[in-house]
Ligand binder design. Sequence first.
Ligand code: SAH
Length: 250
Amino acid sequence: MPEFDFRAPRLFVDAALREGERIVLERNQSNYLGNVLRLSAGDNILVFNGRDGEWQAQIGGRKRPDTLTILGRTRPQDRLPDIAYVFAPLKHARLDYMVQKAVEMGASALQPVLTRHTQASRVNVERMRANVIEAAEQCGILSLAAVTEPVALDRFLEKRETSRLLVFCDEAADIGNPIGALQQGLSATEGIDVVIGPEGGFAEEERTLLLRQPKTLRLSLGPRILRADTAGVAALALVQAALGDWRGPG
Ligand code: SAH
């Protein structure tokens, strides 16, 4: 793992980052730095905006942190593997968890899909974005996963790039060596969509539709039925290990 400072607080800011740039903090950022982290003028933190890499910044302000002055760059912008996490959204706290874990696992896009048995009828996309930022701040990722509005599963399948590999996590698939299946399977050079169903599972016609996609790899995650949030983490770990950035650079 490249060396970087794990302990320094890391903050996402939306502004362009350049040496000498001064950024006015939003109220919640000021509160977070001052009241949660107990930092004040003169203290240094790390900042990133998802585009310009990671920079050291110094806090300014009288009573509480008001501004940041950008000092030097600490890391260049990183890139995430082209792995989209396509999932039936869960409710509230478990959706928060699902989003945070997918970001930690290095998914570069989060696509909620509505299926027959999806429990959550409404998805708070803004809240998902806030969770993406929080998870990225915590785990040191400099790129933010793109969050897309929910779409119906059939619509998603109609619109997606069919040259991408579709990893369909299916508890009814034959159990085998998942790493081998991913490595010896279809080409993943055009990107990967990892699909996880809702708690109630996919309906039969949905399963048929998924299996009819041009580059579908039906993946078993072992002999136990996992809850959807666990299945997401397990699937992303396997995909990262077999085809993604757990293999090392290049
Ligand atoms: N149909 C199940 C529950 C689905 S679990 C039932 O109600 O009995 C939720 C999702 O997690 C599934 O749609 C699937 O995508 C994934 N999943 C869970 N366990 C899995 C396994 N052992 N192998 C592959 N996918 C799994």
